[in-house]
Every structure is written in structure tokens, then in C-alpha cells.
Design a protein around this ligand. Structure first.
Ligand code: ADP
Ligand code: MG
Length: 344
């Protein structure tokens, strides 16, 4: 029956369409209002869309792009990265070398500016900040810990002087508070030691105290345990967890360490400059009635509705170029272009 009108398949109007954006029972514009007390589905959709824009989140990265120009070459380090972090969260960021983790952290730390997109941290718009606000932001809103222990501390100052330095720069020198912070990181007895007399792990713990000097809302750490052995890494990581749970500081830690990513509630994986998946760890009761932690990996859906299918899934079904989608009542099915049950 080819060529007849009844066979023209318009996905927007044809009820047989397999690609559907909205629930079919959503009210048409100007239709009878929903009964009182009944949730208006359109309003819910709208509310969800607002939430996805990051309302209420402490950190919002919205379609973040960063392009580095090196001679005639352009390197796209971030290609439309979305990330939301709530106040008080502690998350790990993982990803292959070169995937854009440091670029993201440097932008969040106010050390670099994005080429496009939106980045907001604790109400500061990182794309609009002038020089003065940027300096204040770096001193007060965030604390930064680098992988290279030598980069975190001034070599000619003692541990306590290093911790006090950000307070001095902020116009509020406080030796007592510096000592308290060293106590928090378990190093008060090393207060007078210079960095070269501290072990790598001790230097990173002092670095955490330095980062916390001005009570930042966010602690950013770029592979802080990358140069440490496993046992020492665990100590530094425990300290970060303590900072998160006891001081309520929001913590973002970039790491290669599987042990670290296994101990945070949320691990965000970055692939090719985009967030590709999130692993959530949650508690539940096992069949034997015992509390257990289980992890579940989710694909990340961006605001345009795009998601990255895991490579394994794509290969297993030989998905290529076009796929068929069908909206079921509580999920969406995806088939290869050629559907085995298809009428031919
Ligand atoms: P990661 O921290 O995940 O290893 P980076 O954020 O350091 O990744 O780098 C992401 C990409 O951007 C890489 O291709 C890297 O070579 C490039 N890149 C990072 N910083 C610069 C820079 N300052 N100039 C040019 N290219 C850069
Ligand atoms: Mg890096």
C-alpha cells in the first residue's frame, strides 16, 4: 500500500510513532484544568526541567566547554560538560588521563575560565567574575589541594605558618586557628617543621589544613594522593571524609584510586570532556536483614536528552548510527535499526 496517504508516517502525529517526547495524556494548552489536588503533569515536567538546570545545587556546570589553543591547534578539553553538586556532598571524579578532570577542577577553582557554558559555585558566576571577585573567591570560597605536594606549601615556612598564610592574605591572621587546624589534621606536634622535614602524607595533610584556613564552602583536590603509597593515601582520604562529615565542607576529589571512588556516595566518570556516567552507592537491607552497600552505575542524561550508551552495550547489539526507541510506561526500549520482530 505504498504511496497512499494512510501510510505516511509522521512521528509527531502518528500514534504508532516510536519516538515520543511527552506523555500522551498531558493536557493540551487551554484544556480543562486538572482537578484540584491532582498534580498537574505539565507543572511537574516544568519543575523537573528547572531542577535539572541546577536550582538549589551548590555547584552547577551547565554545558561547559573549554578549548585550549596551542599554536594552530585547538584542543577541546571539555565538550559540553554538565555537573551538579549539592552542598555537603563528597564526590569523586574519575576518568582516563586527558579526559578533562584537571581542566574542570581548575575552572571550579577559579584558576581558569571556560570558553563557553555556565559554571556557578556558591552563587559565584565563574564566567563573569572580575579580578577582585576572583581573588576573593579563591581565598574564601574554595580550598585547593594539588597532587604535587611541593605545589601546596611554601618551602621556607613552617607548617603552622603555611596554614596561617591564607588567613594573613585574607586580612585575618589567627595563629590559634592555624594550630587548631593542624590539630584537626593530626599534625599539631609538627607545627614548627618545614615541609622538607615532613613526609609526603604529612605534607598533604598540612595542605588540607591550608586549604581549610579560610573556612571554604568547597574543597577541591586534584589527585591529592597521586604521589602517595596506599596506606598514606588512605590516611589523607580519611581526613577528607572527616572534613566533609564534621565541618560540612563540600568535597570534590579527582582520583585514580579505586578505593577512594568505592567509598564516596557518588562517583562521576568523565569521558572525552563530558560526564558519561555516575555511580551511586546506597545502603539497603540484604535478604538476611543485614545492612549492605550496593553500587549502581547510571548513564548521564543531559538537558538536550542526550546520553552516552556504554560501549559494551553498543557493541553487544551492533548498534550503529540509528536506533529505534519506544516509550513504554516506565522505561524506554532501544533496538538496532533492524528490528527482529519487524513486519516486512
Ligand atoms: P586529565 O586531568 O583528565 O588528565 P586534563 O584536564 O589535564 O585531563 O586535559 C584534558 C585535555 O586538555 C588534554 O588533551 C590535555 O592535553 C589538554 N590540556 C590541558 N591543559 C592544557 C593547556 N594548558 N594547554 C593545552 N592543552 C591542555
Ligand atoms: Mg589531571
Amino acid at each position: 500500500m505504498k504511496g497512499q496517504d494512510s501510510d505516511v508516517h509522521d512521528p509527531l502525529t502518528d500514534p504508532r510513532s516510536e519516538i515520543v517526547d511527552l506523555p500522551r495524556d498531558a493536557p493540551a494548552p487551554n484544556a480543562t484544568p486538572w482537578a484540584e489536588g491532582q498534580a498537574d503533569p505539565a507543572a511537574t515536567v516544568e519543575a523537573r526541567a528547572r531542577r535539572r538546570f541546577g536550582e538549589g545545587a551548590l555547584i552547577v556546570c551547565d554545558n561547559l566547554v573549554k578549548i585550549f589553543k596551542v599554536a594552530d591547534l585547538e584542543v577541546v578539553a571539555l565538550q559540553g560538560l554538565d555537573l551538579l553538586v549539592d552542598s555537603g556532598e563528597m564526590i569523586a571524579i574519575v576518568g582516563a588521563s586527558g579526559s578533562g578532570k584537571s581542566t574542570l577542577l581548575n575552572i571550579l577553582g577559579g584558576l581558569d575560565v571556560p570558553s563557553a557554558g555556565r559554571a556557578t559555585v556558591a552563587g559565584h558566576d565563574l564566567t563573569q567574575m572580575g579580578r577582585r571577585e576572583r581573588t576573593r573567591y579563591r581565598r574564601r570560597t574554595i580550598g585547593f589541594v594539588w597532587q604535587q605536594t611541593a605545589k601546596n606549601l611554601l618551602p621556607y615556612l613552617s607548617a603552622v605558618e603555611n596554614v596561617e598564610m591564607p588567613m594573613i592574605l585574607n586580612g585575618s591572621a589567627d595563629r590559634g586557628r592555624a594550630l587548631e587546624l593542624l590539630d584537626t589534621v593530626g599534625l599539631v606536634e609538627r607545627a614548627d617543621h618545614r615541609p622538607d622535614r615532613l613526609s609526603g602524607g604529612e605534607q598533604q595533610r598540612v595542605a588540607v589544613a591550608v586549604a581549610l584556613a579560610n573556612q571554604p564552602e568547597v574543597l577541591l583536590a586534584d589527585e591529592p594522593t597521586g604521589e602517595l603509597d596506599t596506606a598514606t593515601s588512605a590516611e589523607v582520604f580519611d581526613l577528607m571524609r572527616h572534613v566533609n562529615s564534621e565541618l560540612g565542607t563540600t568535597v570534590i576529589i579527582v582520583t585514580h584510586d579505586v578505593l577512594v571512588s568505592e567509598q564516596v556516595q557518588r562517583t562521576v566518570a568523565i569521558r572525552d570532556g563530558r560526564t558519561s556516567s555516575e555511580t551511586l552507592r546506597r545502603g539497603r537491607l540484604s535478604d538476611e536483614g543485614e545492612h549492605e552497600i550496593f553500587a549502581e552505575e547510571f548513564a548521564v542524561l543531559d538537558r538536550a536528552g542526550r546520553l552516552q550508551l556504554p560501549r559494551g552495550h553498543v557493541e553487544a547489539l551492533g548498534l550503529e548510527r540509528r536506533v529505534r526507541l519506544r516509550l513504554e510506561h516506565d522505561h524506554i526500549s532501544i533496538w538496532p535499526d533492524v528490528h527482529p520482530d519487524e513486519d516486512r
